[in-house]
Design a protein around this ligand. Sequence first.
Ligand code: NAP
Length: 470
Amino acid sequence: MINPATGETVADMALAQPGDVDAAVASARAALRDWAGATPAERSAVLAKLAKLADEATDVLIAEEVSQTGKPVRLAREFDVPGSVDNIDFFAGAARHLEGKASAEYSGDHTSSIRREAVGVVATITPWNYPLQMAVWKVLPALAAGCSVVIKPAELTPLTTLTLARLATEAGLPDGVFNVVTGAGGDVGAALAGHPGVDMVTFTGSTAVGRRVMLAAAEHGHRTQLELGGKAPFVVFDDADLDAAIQGAVAGALINTGQDCTAATRAIVARDLYDDFVAGVGEVFSKVAVGDPHDPETDLGPLITAAHRNKVAGMVERAPGEGGRVVTGGVAIDGPGSFYRPTLIADVAESSEVYREEIFGPVLVARSFTDDDDAIRQANDTQYGLAASAWTRDVYRAQRASREIHAGCVWINDHIPIISEMPHGGFGASGFGKDMSQYSLEEYLSIKHVMSDITGAADKDWHRTVFTKR
Ligand code: NAP
C-alpha cells in the first residue's frame, strides 16, 4: 500500500485469491446461526463495546486513514473517525428496535404477526475514498440485524477495515461473524459478488462496477443494495446569501479532495449572482492550502493515485474544447504525491463531459440559469440522483427545490452534512437502498408473516373456494 501524498510504502498486504473468498463465506455461514439467534440486547452490547474501543483507537484509525488515503488529518479527526464511532454507537442502539405492523386478527380467523429476521450472509464491497466510514455504513447495520459479513475493502485502502474487524473481535464478536478479504476487485471482488453461498450483496463504488456487481448477484437471485456515483447540483437562487453560497460551494466541492460521491460538482447559479459567485469561489479556491495531509494546516491532500489524477487532469484539459473557461486551477503539482490544484470551470455547456460525468476530484463546474423552472430542470438534467443543495432565503423556493429535485438527499442552505439517524442513498444511476439510519437496518432484515389459525376448525370456511365434497 502506497501513501498517495509521498509515494512511500505504508504497509505490505497479502492479496486474497478467489479460494479465500470461499473460506470466508463458509466461515460467515458457520457463524450465522448463533449470531442471528443472539438476543438484540446481546448483539447491542457487543456493538456498544465496539463503539467504545473504536473511540479509544481514534489516533490509530486517524493515522491509518490519512496514510492510506492522503485525506487531510483535520477531516479524518473531525469527520471520518468520530462519524464512524457515532455510527457504530447508533447501530448498537438500533439493534434493539425491530419495527413492524401490530399483531392482530386481520382475517378474523387468524392472528397475523411479523417477524424480522437476519437476511443471512452479507457480501460487502467498499471503495477507497472513505474506507472506514464505508465499512461501518455497511457492516454495522448488518451485524445489528444479526447477519454475518464478508467484506472486501478497496485494494488501495484496507487498513482501517482490518482494524475495525480486529476491534470487533476484541469487543466480543464471535469468530466468523465479520470476515475481511483483501484483494483486487476484478478477481476477489467479482468472486464475492457472484458467490452462490451468500444471501445479499451490498456495494459502494462507481456506477459501472456497481452494475457489474448487480449482474453477478442476479445470477443467483441475491438481494442487492448499491450506493453509486453522483454529480450533485448546487443551485443558488437570486435571493441567496451569496457569501454563504460561496463558502458552501468551496467546502462542498473540495471535501476529501473532491473524492466524495455527494460533493458539490455542478454549480447552477442565478444569472444576477453568477459573475460574483464565480469570482468569489475562484478567489477562495486560489487560497486553499494544498500539501502534506498530516499537517493540521493543510486543506487539500492528494488524489488517491497518479492514474486518478491523470483522469481528472484529462477531463479538465478537454473542457475548454467544449466551451468551458478554467477560472482557476487546472494544474498538477510537481513532486511526489498526486496533488492537483482546486479547479473552477465556468460557462460549461450542458452537453460537456465535465458537466455530465463524475470527475471525482477538486473540480467545480458552473453555469447560470434564467428562472426557477430552468434551475430545477438543470439540476435534474443528469443520470445521477445522490445529493443536491438549494440556496435561497425564500421558503417556497426551498420547498419546491426539496420536492422537485430528484436526489436521495436535498440540503437547504448547506451541502455535505450527514447524521447517523438519517438515511444516505441515491436515485437513478446513483443506486438504491439506504446506508445509515433505521432504514439501513431494514436492508439487512427479511420480513416474515406468521399467520396462525385461531378457530381450531378442521373444516374452514375458505376451503369451499377449493372443494365442496368430502
Ligand atoms: P470502484 O472502482 O467502483 O470500486 C469499488 C469497489 O469495487 C472496490 O473495492 C473495487 O476493488 C471493487 N471492484 C472493482 N471491480 C470489481 C468487480 N468487477 N467486481 C466486484 N468488485 C469490484 O469505485 P472506487 O473508485 O473505489 O470509488 C469511487 C466511486 O465510489 C465513485 O464513483 C463514488 O461516487 C462512489 N462512491 C459512492 C458512495 C455512495 O454512498 N453513493 C460513497 C463513496 C463512493 P479494487 O479497488 O480493490 O480493485
